[in-house]
Design a protein. Structure first.
Length: 400
């Protein structure tokens, strides 16, 4: 499992600052001749505790939640140490300084205030146990170390915050660059549907005064909530829209991400394909379309009527499986050679239906090519010679 950045950063800060605190408090305790219980508690709190929190956080499915709770616990325990030592002034300042700085950076003012309250609660409980006395004095060595520790800690936290802000700024710049150059329409709106950001692609369908920050983002929305806007010479454009809250923000979200994809041409293509499909289904001639590799892509209803093979049986299969064994392989090789040479082939031949009955057919084969002239599909059109089509009996015609 990939280590969450908050776990990695907090572990480095906690382990470093608690290790330094062990040194400073150890000097303070040695100067006052504290006993074995002090040293044991000091080692557990400032040497073992940071690593224990790290192990719990890295194995948890919710590492950020563990880290948030650990910061409150840090404040509570540090407050207990300061209260138990009867508030030595510089030690109290250093502990409260680090807790408040860390809490405000991570939690913000509201939750940061709760961390400071946890520090006070720990101090109050410890003083209630150890006695309500204040020993404010610290030695020159301890005072100097507290001053230097607070300075270094503030620099360390400031560096982390600066690097994070730099990463966020770079990430925002990358996403802004992508959004600014995307053909799709991407925007950020507030909960009242007011513009916060709109990508330049919106300029193709909105006037400048309609994209002003704070303006109505849905001024062009269809009254029936269809994602359409009337632009140009009366043409209606269709858009597939998606709206979702900004990830990571508490609900109800203050900001929404709006993305629109112009599907006008796609809808037109779908309609054209639908019309073509209906036209193919209505033709009396059997039609089979294959890919360039000979795989059957589609057939029409007349194909099933003539051959006896259903659409499901042939689509996705090789057209070679449908070739008549009544004809030699050279027949088909010559036919496709003519298609590649002349652009088409047509002629009559014998074929066999699925039920084994033999019939004579007329067939034409033409290639479909892309703009570069490369063959993408082959279109086979055929019918049974002599069978009635549209009520008229056809005559046997055509030649290979």
């Amino acid at each position: 499992m990939q280590l969450h950045p908050m776990v990695r950063i907090n572990y480095a800060i906690r382990a470093g600052s608690f290790g330094y605190s062990f040194l400073v408090l150890g000097i303070h305790g040695a100067e006052r001749g504290f006993g074995a219980f002090f040293w044991a508690a000091l080692a557990v709190q400032f040497l073992a505790y940071p690593h224990a929190v790290y192990q719990v956080a890295r194995r948890s499915p919710e590492p950020t939640r563990v880290e948030r709770h650990a910061l409150y616990l840090d404040a509570l325990l540090l407050g207990a140490w300061i209260g138990g030592l009867h508030f030595p002034l510089w030690l109290a300042y250093s502990a409260l300084f680090s807790i408040s700085l860390n809490a405000m950076v991570v939690f913000g003012p509201l939750r940061g205030g709760w961390a400071i309250a946890a520090f006070g609660a720990g101090a109050a409980v410890a003083m209630a146990v150890a006695g309500f006395q204040v020993f404010a004095e610290t030695s020159r060595v301890v005072t100097t170390l507290c001053f230097l520790g607070s300075f270094v800690y503030s620099c360390a936290v400031g560096t982390v915050v600066y690097n994070l802000r730099k990463q966020v700024h770079e990430s925002e710049s990358r996403y802004r660059l992508l959004a600014d150059n995307a053909a799709d329409l991407v925007a950020l709106v507030d909960r009242d549907s007011r513009w916060i950001y709109a990508s330049p692609s919106f300029a193709a369908i909105f006037r400048d005064n309609e994209l002003v920050e704070g303006g109505d983002a849905f001024v062009r929305a269809h009254p029936d909530d269809a994602s359409a806007a009337r632009i140009g010479e009366g043409r209606v454009h269709d858009y597939r829209g998606h709206v979702q809250p900004v990830k990571g923000e508490s609900l109800p979200a203050a900001r929404l991400v709006l993305s629109l994809v112009d599907v006008t041409d796609l809808r037109a293509s779908e309609e054209q394909l639908l019309i073509t499909a209906h036209a193919l289904e209505g033709m009396t001639e059997a039609i089979m379309i294959t890919g360039a590799d000979g795989t059957v892509v589609t057939v029409n209803r007349a194909f099933t009527a003539v051959t006896g093979h259903s659409r499901e049986e042939v689509v996705g299969q090789s057209a070679k499986a449908l070739r008549s064994e009544l004809l030699p392989p050279e027949f088909y090789d010559n036919a496709f050679a003519k298609v590649h040479r002349d652009g088409y082939w047509s002629g009559t031949s014998w074929n066999r239906r699925k039920n084994g009955s033999v019939y004579r057919e007329w067939r034409s084969i033409r290639p479909a090519k892309d703009p570069n002239g490369k063959v993408t599909h082959y279109i086979h059109v055929f019918y049974e010679v002599g069978a009635p089509r549209n009520g008229v009996k056809s005559s046997a015609g055509g030649s290979s």
